[in-house]
Design a protein around this ligand. Structure first.
Ligand SMILES: [Zn+2]
Length: 269
């Protein structure tokens, strides 16, 4: 009986301590949010934290790119501000969305776009499959974001150590189920990578992204036209699992079509 009482008291003490700790965590998260909201109006703080105005990012894909780069820099430096996650905003978003970028990424559990770009609810329209392999449904998803939501930046985001790309390089005998679909789609990049110097899987990851960017730029009829007319920007990037850095690939950032977007037209940066 005495032991039972002692056990009961210990449990009560532990539960009370846990509740206190939880209240402290909630309070400090709230304090942190309040500080960030207060600082948001300071031009110097915005500059120091690579803040890009959201309306500008939605209106102009080059600003959207800048906003993603800034968010990833905060994430790498462990200075994420976790924007746009408060209940009032979530409620407002129930009326509609205007994401400023579409991310075509891998399903890998370590490559969560909102976290690694330090963005919030309503910011990113995301299509994820293993090795970011695309088919009809992915195409429709990306076209929907452009045509119906007005999103003007598409980023194909691969990552180091991608299991789907590694499988395409190793070519296992008789892969089970539908996994062969992924391997076949990545195979051209894997073959190209084997001809190059350096680490084959790393090279295949990059080549796969470059091929997928090209696939979208040439996709009839919506994206190819939008890209050729300079109304949409389609670029590629690789996320490094170990460092947290997103590298936007130069190969996908040069020789871009002429665009009607001009930084001079954008205010509020
Ligand atoms: Zn992957």
């Amino acid at each position: 009986m005495k032991n039972l009482l002692l056990l009961g008291c210990s449990f009560l003490l532990l539960t009370t301590q846990q509740a206190c700790a939880q209240r402290k965590t909630n309070a400090s998260t709230q304090d942190n949010r309040t500080t960030i909201e207060q600082n948001m109006t300071s031009p110097q703080w915005r500059k120091d934290n690579y803040i890009v105005n959201r309306d500008s990012a939605f209106a102009n894909p080059y600003f959207a790119l800048q906003k993603l780069r800034g968010g990833n820099t905060r994430f790498q430096q462990s200075r994420s501000i976790h924007p746009r996650q408060d209940p009032a905003l979530i409620k407002r978003l129930s009326e509609g969305q205007s994401p400023f970028a579409t991310i075509v990424g891998c399903s890998d559990s370590r490559v969560s776009s909102e976290i690694l770009f330090d963005q919030g609810f309503g910011d990113l329209f995301v299509a994820r499959t293993a090795g970011q392999v695309m088919a009809e449904a992915s195409y429709g998803t990306i076209e929907y974001a452009y045509l119906m939501l007005g999103t003007k930046l598409v980023v194909v985001l691969g990552h180091t150590g991608c299991g789907a790309v590694a499988a395409a390089v190793k070519r296992p005998e008789n892969p089970p189920g539908h996994i062969v679909t992924l391997i076949n789609a990545i195979k051209p990049a894997a073959l190209e990578a084997k001809k190059k110097q350096g680490e084959t899987i790393d090279n295949a990851v990059r080549q796969n992204v470059i091929n997928q960017v090209e696939e979208l730029r040439q996709l009839e009829s919506v994206l190819s036209r939008a890209y050729a007319e300079g109304d949409i920007l389609i670029v590629g990037a690789v996320y490094n699992l170990a460092t947290g850095k997103v590298e936007f690939l130069d190969e996908t950032l040069t020789d871009l079509p002429k665009t009607s977007y001009s930084k001079r037209d954008i205010t509020g940066l």
